[in-house]
Design a binder for this molecule. Structure first.
Ligand SMILES: N#[N+]C[C@@H]1[C@@H](O)[C@H](O)[C@@H](O)[C@@H]2O[C@H]12
Length: 444
């Protein structure tokens, strides 16, 4: 069966600055929390870091040429805050600003729409030294940074994403500790989450005040939660899992309040952040689209001995190299749920993709598992559009293999294979297939 997509559907790929750029100490770039975190032994697989990564800073024209050959309509990338404002506030680094000017101009020359993420986890270390996201002042520094970026690029960039995955920024970085800045304090994570959301609201306010021609949104990583049975306990476990993974961010952004049930759950063991009067109004400022990063689902059951009384199960099925279940139906269910519970807003899949072990033979990479993962998810996206969801685009994670955070370079998500020894880029089978999907605007 052929799954057709709307004529104006934005097929794209996504990346992030710290994961691909390299040039960590070049042209005036300031230190980020990921430079600091990745250089601390034990934090990243094989003590790897993003000092060189995919050397995109020097190879961006080659990479844009790949995007052109792939035929993408849009390219989602992030700006490295410390590359453009090394201390996080104040002085601009013109060489850093010029890099993104050149990248944006190259994309537009090739007929590719830039989708720009302002924050993809690389906070300037100078701001972390003042408390980072647990310091409310950082919300103002972020608004200042956003205003500068709107001023520099707002004439050419028409789609802005304030934050990428606030859940990860907050909980992986401040509660679980496997991401920068590596804290293990749930109260700090809740405070960071609030300040990240507040900074989002302040950036949207600045964007509106500047009267720019363009659209602004936020990207949330969302994980639909399914109960292992219809027992009351398992249904409650799925509700709590949904609250922790999804509603803690969806409700403030779209409803202007934190979910009461989760305030009670978190309040039993952590400090709920103090909320100032205008905070929730700012956080729930009207946005033009929601970016959704979808990778898999959670299947859960009640377990009184587990965190929040929720045990995540591992059902039979196919798993990616990240040990994530391949569950395309979850994408369909999630998209319909967002429309039902949060409104009929424009949606973009700002990330979806899979890591599988890639084998290079005679410069060929037959990544059929990744191709089939994408095919199944594209089909579910088409079904969601058929059933009324305003899905406007789909960005495959990722354009190329890159620095996978605490996993270093051990996990490959790319459509394009990167030989890190030589920086050669090689098209995988999935990339050539994706090129045809885009050209036909359909999945067969
Ligand atoms: N893990 N994993 C792959 C991918 C990660 O590389 C991105 O930076 C994040 O936005 C999101 O977690 C998804």
């Amino acid at each position: 069966m052929v799954h057709k997509f709307p004529d104006d559907f934005v097929w794209g790929t996504a990346t992030a600055a710290y994961q691909i750029e390299g040039a960590a100490n070049e042209d005036g770039r300031g230190e980020s929390i990921w430079d600091r975190f990745s250089h601390i032994p034990g934090n990243v697989w094989n003590n790897q870091n993003g000092d060189v990564a995919c050397d995109h800073y020097h190879r961006y024209k080659e990479d844009v040429q790949i995007l052109k050959e792939m035929g993408v309509k849009g390219y989602r990338f992030s700006i490295s805050w410390p590359r453009v404002i090394p201390d996080g506030t104040g002085k601009i680094n013109q060489k850093g600003v010029d890099f993104y000017n050149n990248l944006i101009d190259e994309l537009l020359r090739q007929g590719i729409q830039p989708f720009v993420t302002l924050y993809h986890w690389d906070l300037p270390q100078a701001l972390q030294d003042r408390g980072g996201w647990t310091n409310r002042d950082t919300t103002d520094y972020f608004a200042e940074y956003a205003q500068q970026m709107f001023k520099q690029y707002g004439d050419r960039v028409k789609h802005w994403i304030t934050h990428n995955e606030p859940w990860c920024t907050s909980f992986l970085g401040h509660a679980i500790g496997v991401h920068a800045p590596g804290l293990k304090d749930f109260s700090a994570a809740l405070l960071a989450a609030h300040n990240v959301l507040l900074s989002h609201g302040k950036a949207v306010e600045v964007f509106r005040q500047m009267g720019l021609d363009g659209k602004i949104g936020i990207t949330l990583n969302l994980t639909p939660s399914y109960p292992a049975s219809n027992s009351a306990d398992d249904l409650q476990a799925a509700t709590i899992s949904d609250g922790f993974s999804n509603r803690w961010f969806l409700d403030p952004v779209f409803k202007g309040q934190y979910p009461d049930d989760m305030v009670k759950v978190f309040g039993t063991f952590a400090k709920i952040p103090e909320i100032q009067e205008s905070d929730m109004k700012l956080i729930s400022s009207n946005i033009d689209f929601l970016g959704i990063n979808y990778y898999s689902r959670s299947l859960v059951k009640h377990n009184p001995d587990a965190q929040f009384g929720v045990e995540t199960l591992k059902p039979e099925g196919q798993y990616t190299d990240m040990d994530w279940e391949v569950y395309p139906q979850g994408l369909y269910d999630l998209l319909l749920r967002i429309k039902k519970d949060y409104g009929d807003i424009d949606l973009y899949i700002t990330e979806n993709g899979a890591a599988f072990k890639d084998v290079v033979e005679n410069d060929q990479i037959d990544d059929i598992d990744r191709l089939n993962y994408l095919k199944k998810h594209f089909e579910k996206a088409a079904e969601a559009i058929r059933d009324g969801v305003k899905l406007k685009g789909y960005f495959v994670w990722s354009l190329m293999d890159n620095f996978e955070w605490a996993f270093g370079y051990s996990k490959r998500f790319g459509l394009i294979y990167v030989d890190y020894e030589t920086q050669r880029r090689l098209w995988k089978k999935s990339a050539r297939w994706y090129k045809d999907v885009i050209a036909n605007n359909s999945v067969d």
